[in-house]
Write a protein that binds this ligand. Sequence first.
Ligand code: IMP
Ligand code: MG
Length: 184
Amino acid sequence: MENNPPLAKDLKKVLIDEESIRNRVAQLADEINRDYKDITEPLILVGVLKGSFIFMADLVRRLTIPHIVDFIAISSYGQKGDKRGEVRLLMDTRENLAGHDVLIVEDILDSGSTLSYLINSFHARKTKSVSTAVFLDKPERHVVDVPVQYVGFEIPDVWVVGYGLDYKEKHRTLPFIAEMYPEK
Ligand code: IMP
Ligand code: MG
């Protein structure tokens, strides 16, 4: 057992510890390396800010295929307590995605509106292919059907923080995934 500091008071328990994250991200990277082993042009990974930045950093350091790292920022009104379903582009990619293989890297699949918006918008840019990698998936909460090729962990319908995910900007940089107590 690692000797960890006590959890913050608003956190219920550690759901996924650092070692499990490390092992699973390595497996996902292996799968991606295998699936894209024959590509001739670099794979463009597009991370969805801010939540994906830690997952992205861990994932790309294990890729052996040619790749380019890019980011996109969107506001989804899918934050806890807000209304859901509306997605707005705040910052576009630096790369022109046309003609390229693209892998969207997202922190968590919840209702599916964010990913479905991005997949449609990337297809409209005449990409060669679009696939998706999500670190977490909450299957119970899907509203829109989204094809996802790489899933880190399936989790129940609870609010989680850490490893890039936040609650009102809190707990984003915890090295593990923790479940929060429901809001009073
Ligand atoms: P979707 O568009 O409903 O699939 O929402 C996805 C976005 O909601 C994610 O990118 C997160 O920013 C946010 N989100 C959903 N569930 C959680 C959670 O448990 N913790 C932190 N952020 C979450
Ligand atoms: Mg997000």
